[in-house]
Design a protein around this ligand. Structure first.
Ligand SMILES: Nc1nc2c(ncn2[C@@H]2O[C@H](COP(=O)(O)OP(=O)(O)OP(=O)(O)O)[C@@H](O)[C@H]2O)c(=O)[nH]1
Ligand SMILES: [Mg+2]
Length: 429
């Protein structure tokens, strides 16, 4: 079966021309679809008429559930395209119209986009909450409180004698601003988790050349992604694979083995390795001998877990139990990609670690764009909360705060980013 969706002012006329009349609203009706040009039958299909404004886009909409063969879909699209005022939709145009008609705000649009591209369960749950207005509801509440604060300040500016500002007004404004600031700070504090769930947790595989980093990447991703050879220095560039670890999105990064080299390409690879070591959420230091990583890796920032590789080669130590990831003193894990020994222990520890980083409830802020808007709001609130500020200045800070909220929900000042957001959608959404 194929579903063809349509939206716009020409829907009623189109349905009358092709489906032999307007079906009852919001009911699935079996109709013969005919080419208006010559009356020939195209298909028998379920047709649903969804009158605006209570539709996804806010306009009149129609859905044709026809047989899914290419010939049927092509014939139907050809007839629909020939109707006056009908044309093929652009990517994301349905959601764009829903946004333009006030059915969705920008954070909800971002939720739709994230739901479409969600790869893991945690991403799906987070996107659903966003699409459902999780962040917009909070933003609307803050906006109401700030508008009240602005109204109080501005009424005072307009009517009160400059020297005679009633303390009660200043106190109420102060309370409102402080309450909103506290809530915004809480939401911002959880934003790192939200962005991590959306973009994936990064785990970088580091170690000397030939340690077995690329082999472990291939084993964990169950694909032959990275080239593996016994030549030290095989991997030159950083390489990423996306995995679903217990519902959490994980980006595993293979890197160039660390060593002194005069070779230009390898040196650039090593420079990239060091950079990734600083920005990952976790570093796995792989070494065949089980030696600890050099100090600059340990002090790079993220936690480092030591992994001794190729234990199938050292039968004696293969019988030792794997330790716990308690820092960087000595090997915490031992594994063999060749036999599979120790892989499950490492995966179990990784899952537990990522779960401890992930929020228990879905985060509200999931993108840098949203975080930047809230940081602007927070800065404005901190300024507005300053004691003994002249009322004019306070009003100005509060106005900056409501402006930041308006750009969060896409009501003002976002024209330049709209194209970018909607172009990431697929056609038909
Ligand atoms: N016996 C044994 N050999 C392994 C194991 N893992 C990797 N090897 C071998 O070790 C060699 C190097 O493996 P790679 O995965 O390319 O090592 P790397 O750390 O990516 O090396 P560079 O890219 O050069 O930094 C290859 O010949 C692998 O087949 C293992 O668990 N057991
Ligand atoms: Mg490699």
């Amino acid at each position: 079966m194929a579903v063809i969706r349509a939206s716009g002012p020409g829907i009623r006329f189109g349905l009358e021309s092709i489906a032999g009349g307007l079906p009852a609203p919001r009911r699935a009706s079996l109709r013969s679809l005919r080419d208006p040009a010559d009356g020939s039958l195209i298909d028998q299909a379920i047709v649903i008429f969804l009158p605006g404004p209570a539709s996804y886009t806010g306009e009149d909409c129609a859905e044709f559930q026809c047989h899914g063969s290419r010939a049927v879909v092509a014939a139907l699209l050809r007839c629909l395209d020939a109707l006056p005022g009908w044309r093929m939709a652009e990517p994301g145009e349905f959601t764009r119209r829903a946004f333009d008609n006030g059915r969705l705000d920008l954070t909800e649009v971002e939720g739709v986009a994230d739901l479409i591209s969600a790869e893991t369960d945690a991403q799906r749950r987070q996107a659903l909450r966003q699409m459902d207005g999780g962040l917009s509801e909070r933003a609307a509440g803050w906006r109401d409180q700030l508008l009240r604060a602005r109204a109080l300040v501005e009424a005072d500016l307009d009517f009160a004698d400059e020297d005679d500002v009633p303390d009660s007004v200043a106190a109420e404004v102060g309370d409102l601003v402080a309450a909103v600031e506290r809530q915004v700070s809480e939401v911002l504090a959880a934003s790192a988790h939200g962005e991590r769930i959306r973009d994936g947790f990064e785990v970088a595989l580091l170690g000397p050349p030939n340690a077995g980093k690329s082999t472990l990447l291939n084993t964990l991703s169950r694909r032959d992604v990275a080239i593996v050879t016994d030549v030290p220095g095989t991997t030159r560039d950083t390489l990423e694979v996306h995995l679903d670890l217990g519902g959490l999105p994980l980006t595993l990064i293979d890197t160039a083995g660390l060593r002194e080299t005069d070779e230009v390409v390898e040196a650039e690879g090593i420079r990239r390795t060091r950079r990734r070591a600083g920005t990952a959420d976790l570093v796995l230091w792989l070494d065949e001998t089980g030696r600890a990583p050099p100090d600059d890796i340990v002090s790079a920032g993220p936690p480092v877990w030591c992994v001794q590789t190729k234990i199938d080669r050292i039968a004696a130590s293969a019988s030792q139990a794997a330790g716990s990831p308690d820092g960087t003193s000595g090997p915490a894990f031992q594994l063999s990609a060749a036999t599979g020994a120790g892989i499950d222990t490492l995966l179990g520890a990784l899952t537990a670690h990522l779960l401890s980083l992930a929020p228990t409830t879905p985060a509200l802020v999931t993108r840098a764009r949203q975080r930047l808007c809230l940081e602007r709001l927070q800065a404005a609130l901190v300024s507005a909360g300053g004691d003994d500020l002249p009322l004019e200045i306070r009003a100005e800070h509060l106005r900056r705060g409501t402006d930041a909220l308006a750009s969060l929900t896409g009501r003002v000042g976002v024209e330049d980013i709209l194209g970018e957001i909607f172009s990431s959608f697929c056609i038909g959404k």
